[in-house]
Design a protein around this ligand. Structure first.
Ligand code: 1HN
Length: 356
């Protein structure tokens, strides 16, 4: 045996001895653990509104609300995530369907949720006793550990988008869940959180609520729409964006979830940028396309798509379009991990995504 053979045998023995004691050497791992830039498992992906709606409608007859999970929810399962019902590694995105005169029972959990109403009327979500009306374009919050149930008192079905920090909270192994005794919690007030916060700059002097939890639970579409128009008029640019905030301290609506609304003018294109953290986009109105890392995603009203962390994103509108987005940006920012980069010219398009 040569000296190097002896060393090789010694090395193999060392590796075996380490594995036997549940120890792993860094020297066999470092490329995998520390890529130079993020390599997300989340894939850019898109789900078509008509496909989701048709399947949700089929589920109405076959799946009563009470069957498992208390909710008729179709999760947007990113094919990059090994079969988990997650849209990105941190974000849950889904559509929820509530038929006429149906009610989804009250429960609470540590993952926080936001609802963005896509269509329908006559529905409210009761959040800790405050019945929040749901109209198209409204954003409704159900913060961590708040009791919540949904009631459709109308004659038409309602569909909304659910965004949750569930995958992130699951990674932290911090999920708790509790069912309410009985079906619905008593309604103590209607849209009370909005009455406490009637407009920008006005609020109660003595704050009873901790700043961690936004005391405003309902962000009505009319206000968002006006803010977008004003931001667009101000910028004169191809697009404008607004962020929803906790009115007490200007922080994100939920500590783990950022909510934004974007408007892109017909025939115009946004700049290209990329940032750490993922985003799910819900096309509220309009049609156009987004290029994500060179792949073109064509969209119309109701479609939902996801942009992974550090992917290059740009949007172009055929008609003037309004996109809601839920992101994990508050987490990334709070941890000092936020980075962004802007590019001058449009991306080279290498393919067009074929939705299923
Ligand atoms: C949940 O409670 C709702 O309350 C929606 O409407 C989606 C996804 C996973 C876990 C709980 C809701 C959910 C959820």
């Amino acid at each position: 045996m040569t000296a190097s053979d002896t060393m090789e045998v010694g090395y193999d023995e060392l590796c075996g001895a380490l594995a036997a004691k549940d120890l792993q050497p860094l020297w066999t791992q470092s490329g995998r653990l520390m890529p130079q830039v993020p390599h997300p498992r989340t894939l850019p992906w898109l789900w078509k509104w008509h496909t989701m709606l048709a399947l949700a409608e089929r589920a109405v007859e076959l799946v009563p609300i009470t069957r498992g999970g208390d909710r008729r929810v179709l999760a947007l399962a990113n094919p990059g995530l090994g079969g988990m019902p997650y849209t990105s590694t941190t974000l849950w995105g889904a559509i929820q369907y509530l038929g006429p005169h149906e009610s989804a029972p009250a429960h609470r959990h540590t993952p926080s949720a936001i609802r963005f109403v896509m269509n329908g009327s006559g529905v409210w979500t009761t959040v800790d006793g405050d019945a929040c009306d749901m109209h198209p374009g409204d954003l409704i919050l159900t913060p961590n550990w708040a009791w919540h149930d949904h009631t459709n008192a109308g004659d038409k079905p309602m569909v909304w988008f659910d965004g949750l920090d569930l995958p992130f909270v699951a990674h932290l192994e911090s999920i708790f869940f509790e069912r309410y005794e009985g079906t619905n919690q008593p309604v103590l007030a209607r849209n009370a959180s909005e009455e406490r916060f009637p407009g920008p700059g006005i609020r109660e002097r003595a704050e009873k609520t901790s700043a961690e939890r936004s005391p405003l639970l309902r962000y009505p579409w009319e206000t968002t729409d006006r803010a977008l128009d004003a931001a667009l008029a101000d910028s004169g640019g191809p697009a404008a964006s607004v962020t929803f905030v906790n009115p007490v301290n200007g922080a994100s609506v939920i500590p783990t979830l950022g909510c934004e609304m974007h408007r892109v003018v017909a025939g115009r294109r946004t700049t290209v940028d990329r940032r750490t953290g993922s985003a799910i986009y819900v096309v509220y109105a309009g049609s156009g396309a987004s290029v994500i890392d060179g792949m073109r995603f064509e969209w119309a009203t109701g479609d939902i798509f996801v942009a992974p962390s550090w992917s290059k994103v740009e949007h172009e509108a055929m008609e003037t379009s309004t996109l809601f987005a839920v992101t994990d940006r508050p987490i990334v920012e709070a941890l000092g991990l936020y980075r962004e980069e802007f590019f001058d010219s449009a991306q080279l398009v290498t393919g067009t995504f074929e939705p299923k």
